[in-house]
Design a protein around this ligand. Structure first.
Ligand code: NDP
Length: 524
């Protein structure tokens, strides 16, 4: 496999299996990547400077000029090859995902690799239609015609979190490329190696090497990327950083998409299939060790089914096997990727218990060198507890008893976040009715999390959960400038409203306006 000179740090990924102890201090200007399940050092990457970031953007811009001029069909066909190369190296990619982020092998395959492969194939097939010029029927000026066309933005800067280090940024990278852009990706400092490996595969797929660059570093490198002349920014991360990114983009008038935090509620109705609801909630709360922006972060169970639901969720939680997936052991819940997040989860659980919540299962950090938090179920939670209001981003399911579905929906909407939400009921029509009343970018009825794996559906939040959408035709078109062309359909010497203004023209226009707009709306 070829490694581009600028990405020499990517070779670290392949050396990662020879792990040394994490206590080794990183050299100056370097960032270390560790296995969160063991604490073993996986590799080092450079903490890149603003000048290096600017050079990466400039290189991507040079390459984009030629790439963006190619027909979308050709771009799509070439990017489609990425899925094949990903499959050739699927074991290696899963292995690094497990070692660098602590997730299980099944999660690495199902929630990362397959998501990217399917997204690539989906947009390779449908982008030519989605980005084809779109006529706009004109309402008044019938002698003219309008259409939209979609032009690559230039260089897209992508700033990514650590929880899905492949699926989130590489999905966005592939969509940006098909849309005709160059890309510079700043992965999280917690998971840089997987981004570098993903770029190696990109080069192996015979795509233009300079067109997609990875710059490694900390938050300052992300800030430098926004300052490096990018034309669009796709940011995924916390609300707090999202505000800084929005301010920096606003100052430079760079358009952006923000995919921020979530606090997904699950509303469990009296007629819910409790076995399905409990399994869905347990998986939705514990998958990826709870580090999913769409995780079930609070449950509102109506009084009639509360106890039976809790009993089932607790049973699911007790059966889960937690451990180091990189050891080859079969585990259900892996390590948490970031040590500081473990402390946040611990603080929220301790706070809830101190405020009167009841611990049903879990509640503690795991023992051993790695970063683990036990799958935890809390009952007796109240809406004023931090655990019900702040993003947990760990394997914790807080449950609250409510009188009825109206109260559940009211409490579900009582949040500054609105990314995903879930409703459980056997009555599909009522489920849809409730779903439409919940303030979230996506509401799923009788399921959890899964729509991130549907590239055809929009992903994004309302309220403080974000601005704009990734995935779907909406997300693809956001990666383009939507431009408008208006042209004549018939040759005319002049328009009637041009100079010189004449009284006769005014009277004719007035007569026409009265005829057209004076009638009742429904008579038109
Ligand atoms: P952060 O906001 O801490 O970081 C996200 C990225 O921004 C990282 O690459 C980080 O770099 C970088 N960054 C930090 N400071 C700046 C800055 N001033 N300017 C530009 N970039 C900066 O988020 P986390 O990585 O902790 O991710 C967890 C969060 O992401 C959760 O809130 C979660 O809900 C959200 N998320 C949202 C998703 C969605 O689709 N809506 C999906 C997945 C996660 P570094 O890591 O090196 O500090």
């Amino acid at each position: 496999m070829r490694v581009p000179p600028t990405m020499a740090a990517g070779t670290v990924a392949r050396m990662g299996s020879a792990a040394t102890n994490v206590s080794a201090k990183p050299a100056d200007g370097k960032i270390t990547s560790i296995n969160p399940a063991t604490g073993a050092l996986l590799g080092e990457v450079p903490d890149q400077t603003p000048a290096e970031v600017r050079a990466a953007v400039e290189a991507a811009r040079q390459a984009q000029r030629e790439w963006g001029a190619r027909p979308v069909e050709e771009r799509a066909r070439r990017v489609a090859r990425y899925a094949e190369v990903l499959m050739v190296h699927v074991e290696e990619v899963i292995d690094l995902l497990v070692r660098e982020s602590g997730k299980t092998r099944l999660e690495a395959l199902g929630m990362e690799v397959i998501v990217v492969a399917d997204l690539v194939r989906y947009f390779a097939k449908h982008a030519p239609r989605m980005l084809a010029p779109e006529p706009i029927p004109l309402h008044l000026l019938k002698h003219r015609a309008s259409y939209l066309h979609f032009v690559p933005r230039g260089v897209v800067g992508i700033i990514a979190p650590w929880n899905f280090p492949l699926a989130i940024p590489i999905g966005e990278v592939m969509m940006s490329l098909i849309a005709g852009n160059g890309v510079v990706l700043k992965p999280s400092e917690v998971t840089p190696l997987i981004a570098l490996l993903a770029r190696e595969l990109y080069v192996e797929a015979d795509l233009p090497p300079d067109l997609f660059q990875v710059v490694t570093g900390r938050g300052a490198t992300g800030a430098a990327l926004i300052d490096a002349g990018i034309d669009y920014c796709v940011f995924t991360g916390s609300v707090a950083t999202g505000r800084k990114v929005a301010a920096a983009c606003g100052e430079r008038l760079i358009p952006y998409t923000l995919e921020l935090g979530g606090k997904a509620p699950a509303v469990v109705c009296a007629d819910a299939d409790l076995d399905r609801a409990a399994q869905a909630i347990a998986w939705g709360g514990f998958a990826n060790a709870g580090q999913v922006c769409a995780s079930v972060e609070r449950v509102y169970a109506v009084d009639a089914v509360h106890d039976a639901l809790v009993e089932r969720i607790v049973r699911c939680a007790r059966e889960l096997r937690q451990g180091d997936a990189s050891s080859g052991a079969e585990v259900d819940v892996g390590a948490m990727a970031w040590d500081q997040q473990v402390a946040t989860v611990e603080r929220l659980v301790d706070g809830a218990l101190a405020a009167g919540a009841k611990l049903e299962v879990g509640g503690k950090r795991g023992s051993g060198p790695g970063q683990f938090f036990q799958p935890t179920v809390l009952t007796g939670c109240r809406q004023d507890m931090d655990v019900m209001r702040k993003e947990i981003f760990g394997p914790v399911i807080p449950i609250m008893r409510v009188a009825d579905e109206d109260e559940a929906v009211r409490l579900a909407n009582d949040s500054h976040l609105g990314l995903l939400a879930y409703v459980f009921t056997r009555d599909r029509e009522r489920g849809k009715w409730l779903a439409e009343r919940i303030e979230a970018g996506t509401v799923m009825v009788n399921d959890v999390l899964a729509t991130y794996a549907c590239p055809e559906t929009p992903w994004g939040g309302v309220k403080r959960s974000g601005i704009g959408r990734t995935h779907s035709i909406l997300g693809l078109r956001d990666l383009c400038e939507t431009r408008h062309v208006n042209h004549d359909r018939i040759a005319m010497p002049r328009e009637v409203w041009w100079y010189p203004y004449r009284l006769g023209t005014f009277r004719a226009l007035l007569r026409g306006a009265k005829l057209m707009f004076g009638k009742r709306f429904w008579q038109c």
